[in-house]
Design a protein around this ligand. Structure first.
Ligand code: SF4
Length: 102
């Protein structure tokens, strides 16, 4: 009986925390590739579209989800990035501030 009661007490709290977290993340707008800062950094939502002539340091396989500045989980479709505060970048994206996650 005790464990069942405990379960009932914990579940609504966990659900509320997940909803609150998801809601906050959903509110942050996505970085626009045409935003001046995004353009300056060569940000693209799809790393396969990186301008290889302009950004010679880009190597296939580099994406936001494996960048040290990525603030989400490796499986997130979009998340915050330290370079673009208050906004979200696309998981398969890339910009010239890319730094491989250690
Ligand atoms: Fe993506 Fe990293 Fe550039 Fe942020 S700094 S946009 S996570 S590549």
């Amino acid at each position: 009986m005790t464990s069942r009661r405990r379960f009932i007490q914990i579940v609504p709290l966990a659900g509320a925390a997940m909803l609150a977290g998801g809601h906050a993340a959903a509110q942050a707008p996505m970085v626009d590739e045409n935003d001046p800062q995004a353009k300056a950094l060569g940000y693209v939502a799809d790393a396969t579209k990186v301008d290889r002539n302009r950004f010679k340091q880009y190597a296939p396989g580099q994406v936001c989800t494996n960048c040290a500045l990525w603030q989400g989980k490796p499986t997130d479709a979009a998340a915050g990035c330290a370079i673009f505060p208050g906004k979200r970048v696309a998981g398969p994206g890339w910009c010239s501030a890319y730094a491989k996650k250690p």
